[in-house]
Ligand binder design. Structure first.
Ligand SMILES: O=C(O)[C@H](O)[C@H](O)COP(=O)(O)O
Ligand SMILES: [Mg+2]
Length: 306
């Protein structure tokens, strides 16, 4: 496969790159920031693109925060934004469940293995759920749990779907409940299946390393609703009436961000080396996707302003 064009330090090429697109879809973790550390020059780069009339849309697989919570994070990071420009995998999943899956009583509840971001987006879509950040799940198994999970007396008969995401409070009790719901026929959905979570300039267990345990137990793979799922791309295209040829996806991960843009037949994809993927990853024969362009860091685009 053709190798990407390296733009860092090449101002004319960067200007031509920017002029090719009207809309930039930005991944967040590993592109804009690492945890709460916003990368140097990111704010200025977004300002430069916006000053040239470019639309910026933020598309994150991180389901620990709702769009409103991301709006606050953007503000705290000095990045002015609008909640309508933020597409998180929790939001994408809530829309899918409420408007496409349309769970019907008596099995219209979701068992959540994840954080408050999922809960808030499900709530805003009027989807009933249990689990998630419920403190009653943050404890050791008791003899009553072993018995009640096994015979079903502790399970909620209204659960028709298990939705997993990045869960910082994962434990044996939650996995035992989720496992039983799947054994009883609940649909298996995931906000995303990223294997690792880039944080503090290192890597931690990702959402996919939570859902993989249930896959190992059941043999079932979840329907993943974040990147690279094209359900998310279709939702974004519909909302913003995108011209895909004039849209570029910017990301740090080949098997989510870049694959999302390539499969979505966008006009281009830009990889940055401040997150998960490195050049060797797209040079490998089994690369998940190959970006059209790459830079060392997002702020390298500031060379265009000179
Ligand atoms: O494990 C995860 O959920 C992901 O690593 C993480 O949240 C990715 O977020 P993104 O890079 O899509 O902003
Ligand atoms: Mg990322």
């Amino acid at each position: 496969m053709a190798q990407p064009a390296y733009l860092t330090g090449d101002a004319p090429a960067i200007n031509a790159f920017i002029d090719r697109f009207d809309v930039f879809l930005f991944d967040c973790d590993g592109v804009l920031w690492s945890g709460d550390h916003v990368f140097e020059g990111v704010v200025q780069t977004l300002e430069l693109l916006r000053s040239r009339g470019k639309k910026t849309i933020f598309v994150t697989n991180n389901s620990t925060k709702s769009r409103q919570e991301y709006l606050k994070k953007f503000a705290d990071m000095g990045i002015p934004s609008d909640v309508e420009e933020i597409f998180g995998s929790a939001y994408s999943s809530a829309i899918y469940i409420s408007r496409i899956l349309k769970l019907a009583p008596p099995k219209n509840k979701v068992f959540v293995v994840g954080e408050v971001g999922i809960e808030k987006e499900l709530r805003s879509e009027g989807v009933s759920f249990i689990g998630g950040t419920d403190p009653s799940f943050r404890r050791e198994m008791t003899p009553e749990d072993w018995k009640g999970i096994a015979d079903g007396s502790l399970l909620d008969p209204g659960v028709g779907c298990v939705l997993t995401g990045l869960d910082f409070h994962i434990n044996y009790l939650k996995l035992s409940h989720a496992h039983q719901y799947l054994r009883r026929g609940a649909k298996f959905l995931a906000t995303n299946v990223d294997s690792t979570f880039p944080m503090n300039h290192n890597f931690f267990p990702g959402a996919g390393s939570i859902s993989i345990s249930l896959t190992n137990m059941t043999g079932q793979k979840p329907v993943a609703l974040g990147k690279p799922s094209q359900a998310m791309m279709d939702a974004i295209e519909g909302k913003f009436q995108l011209d895909r040829a004039r849209t570029c996806m910017v990301g740090d991960r080949l098997d989510t961000d870049i694959q999302f843009g390539v499969q979505g037949k966008l006009g281009g994809t830009l990889a940055v080396l401040t997150g998960v993927s490195k050049a060797a990853d797209w040079e490998a024969k089994d690369a998940a996707a190959v970006p059209a362009y790459y830079v060392d860091k997002l702020s390298d685009l500031l060379a265009a302003a000179k």
